[in-house]
Design a protein. Structure first.
Length: 286
């Protein structure tokens, strides 16, 4: 972005801007901007390109097209703005792009200290409580309704025949999921999408933001954790129903198995989703 473009977006005179590609990239490219305003204020910003055409070749092939909406992440940040939750400050958006604060943090995935994960769980509880009384009503957000939940066992079975049996037994899981209280959820609350900067927790990449069961986010956060450590993270969120969490874990496992016939997670994100299906299905008595 040029200084003139940034001046229009920020509503403040920009005198200089330095641009560079960001080393942090998920599905979409990021550009880092070091901006100086006429009053001497300096800002560290990130411009994210949300257009499907901007996806890398692999991501473009494997990311389900029906889930893509460039307005969804913009809508999520608009809803979060002013809530004092620590999310990246929202500076503006245009057609297929969004301008955000560059948070000087590291991915939670790189942090081994359990207390940081517990802090993320407490943050998550705050997010869900903030929007629980009046969940957002927006066509831009995904709706985790019964039809959405029923979709994933079918997609998973098409890719992994080993789980084809579950579709015929899945309705009680759907009923349990839709009965859970709805709120604003991140949709992919995995450690690689959570930045931590000291005490600050700043989730990014709200491309799958939705109105749905908050425990879906918690299930994502504790993926890979077991035993006392998982219990400690769950306790930080507080008030977790074990069977409800198992239903959310099962949903996430089927979602990833049904994501794309061409999708294989990178080594750092590899996980035994088939094993997760078996474990949670047994826990739910399926």
């Amino acid at each position: 972005m040029t200084a003139a473009e940034l001046t229009r977006v920020l509503g403040r005179q920009v005198t200089t801007v330095e641009r560079s590609p960001s080393p942090y990239r998920t599905s979409f490219p990021l550009e880092e901007l070091r901006v100086e305003l006429a009053d001497g204020t300096r800002l560290q910003l990130v411009r994210k390109d949300l257009r499907r055409s901007a996806l890398g070749a692999i991501a473009h092939r494997v990311k389900p097209e029906f889930l893509h909406d460039p307005g969804r992440e913009i809508e999520a940040y608009r809803l979060l703005a002013g809530r004092r939750l620590g999310t990246p400050a929202y500076y503006g958006a245009g057609r297929g792009w969004i301008l955000l604060e560059k948070v000087p943090g590291v991915e939670l995935a790189q942090v081994g200290e359990l207390e940081a994960w517990r802090r993320a769980a407490r943050w998550l509880a705050r997010l869900h409580a903030t929007f629980a009384v009046t969940p957002p009503s927006s066509r831009l957000l995904l709706d985790h309704d019964a039809a959405y939940y029923r979709l994933w066992p079918q997609r998973a079975a098409a890719r992994a025949p080993e789980v084809s049996w579950i579709a015929a037994r899945y309705e009680p899981v759907v009923e349990r999921l839709v009965a859970l209280p709805k709120t604003l959820i991140h949709g992919e609350f995995y450690a690689s999408n959570i930045l931590v900067a000291g005490e600050r927790v700043a989730p990014v990449d709200w491309e799958m933001a939705a109105v749905g069961a908050g425990l879906v986010d918690l299930a994502a956060l504790v993926t890979g954790w077991t035993g006392e450590e998982r219990a400690a993270i769950l306790a930080a969120y507080s008030g977790v129903d074990d069977l409800a969490l198992a239903a959310c874990r099962l949903h996430l496992a089927l979602q990833w198995l049904g994501w794309s016939a061409d999708w294989t997670p990178p080594p750092a994100q590899a996980y035994d989703w088939l094993g997760e299906v078996r474990e949670t299905a047994e826990r739910l008595g399926l």
